[in-house]
Design a protein around this ligand. Structure first.
Ligand code: IPM
Ligand code: MG
Length: 357
């Protein structure tokens, strides 16, 4: 039987609840499709700080690197906001992305017909939206040096550096070009080249690479305009290529087209080795432990892991179908609730998903 070694990183907040749902579904779907998933659970983020003092224990990173796929729920809690940056949960996640060399973050945004009325945008604006944010994940202002906080001349100053090298831009742009080629052939690269030097290099490299991808139609858009166009006319986009910070912001915005950020999965990939699959949403400390979370972004992330990471595409489709079915049957978690639908908690939603599978 095919075997895959999967690392589960439940993390903080609603993480453990949605991980439990995903795990039960993965157990069932692997049984149905004739392969076996061997799970190992490891701490990350606040949970790891509590257990060992570090947001990314060496043992967690080692296990992830030697696995076939990593499924992460969410990290972060206001309990740790006062810690120095190196010791905070977010630093654990950034360390994992960097430690696994996951430079390409894919965030697909599709509108499920059953949810068309859950969006805060009009149905005719979001109908047919099917786009993919390709976000650079291990560079840019998140990791640029120098950075810090200094006191000088009786004042205090803090700074970060937004920096990209030609090779960093090229490798993420190639991912976006290839994807655009497999999809509708449209690539929109987002930058702030009217102001930032780093963006001008970004734009120059995208133009240079475009010559090798004749089947892809390339456009460039300033990030402020892209933010506006995403709510004005989102169906103009297919693949959106962004740097780390712009992609962070635009992917949250794009998530709201779907009605809830609780629906959005993501895949983070390197040029080799296992991928990391995680919902776009955070740890939602305000609803943690109350059985209110929406497990669907986590389940859809598990589907991305099956398809991209493990090449189990039939099982991936089955998981995605179960989400469709449950939504069509009118079941909703609190974040998506609308008139005439049945509201369920996280666990009960997991039950429905299992039955639909
Ligand atoms: C995301 C999150 C992370 C990021 C945080 C938690 C560090 O917002 O995955 O989008 O900024 O990348
Ligand atoms: Mg974010």
């Amino acid at each position: 039987m095919r075997q895959h070694r999967i690392i589960l990183l439940p993390g903080d907040g609603i993480g453990p609840e949605i991980t439990a749902v995903a795990r039960r579904l993965l157990d069932q779907v692997s049984n149905q499709h004739g392969f076996q998933l061997n799970f190992e659970k490891h701490p990350i983020g606040g949970a790891a700080i509590d257990a060992s003092g570090s947001p990314l224990p060496e043992s967690t990173l080692r296990a992830c690197r030697s696995s076939d796929g990593v499924l992460l729920a969410a990290i972060g809690s206001p309990r740790f906001d006062a810690l120095p940056r190196e010791e905070r949960p977010e630093t654990g996640l950034l360390g994992l992305r960097a430690g696994m060399k996951l430079f390409a973050n894919l965030r697909p945004v599709t509108i499920l017909p059953a949810l068309i009325d859950a969006s805060s945008l009009k149905a005719n604006v979001i109908e047919g939206v099917d786009l993919m944010v390709v976000r650079e994940l291990t560079g840019g202002i998140y990791f640029g040096q120098p950075k810090g906080r200094v006191e000088a001349d009786g004042d205090e100053r803090a700074f970060n550096t937004m920096t990209y090298s030609k090779s960093e831009i090229d490798r993420i742009a190639k991912v976006a070009f290839e994807l655009a080629g497999e999809r509708s052939g449209k690539l929109c690269s987002v930058d702030k080249a009217n102001v930032l030097d780093v963006s001008q290099l970004w734009r120059d490299r995208v133009d240079a690479l475009a010559e090798s991808y004749e089947d892809v139609q390339v456009s460039h858009m300033y990030v402020d305009n892209a933010a506006m166009q995403l709510v004005r006319n989102p169906s103009q986009f297919d693949v959106l290529l962004t740097g780390n910070l712009f992609g962070d912001i635009l992917s949250d915005e794009a998530a709201m087209l779907t009605g809830s950020i609780g629906m959005l999965p993501s895949a983070s990939l390197g040029s080799e080795g296992p991928g990391l699959f995680e919902p776009v949403h955070g740890s939602a400390p305000d609803i943690a432990g109350q059985d209110l979370a929406n497990p669907m972004a986590m389940v859809l992330s598990a589907a991305m892991m099956l398809r991209i990471g493990l090449k189990e595409s039939e099982a991936a489709k089955a998981l995605e179908r179960s989400v469709d079915r449950v939504l069509k049957a009118g079941f909703r978690t609190g974040d998506l609730i609308s008139e005439g639908c049945t509201q369920l908690g996280c666990e009960a939603m997991g039950e429905q998903l299992l039955q639909a599978l």
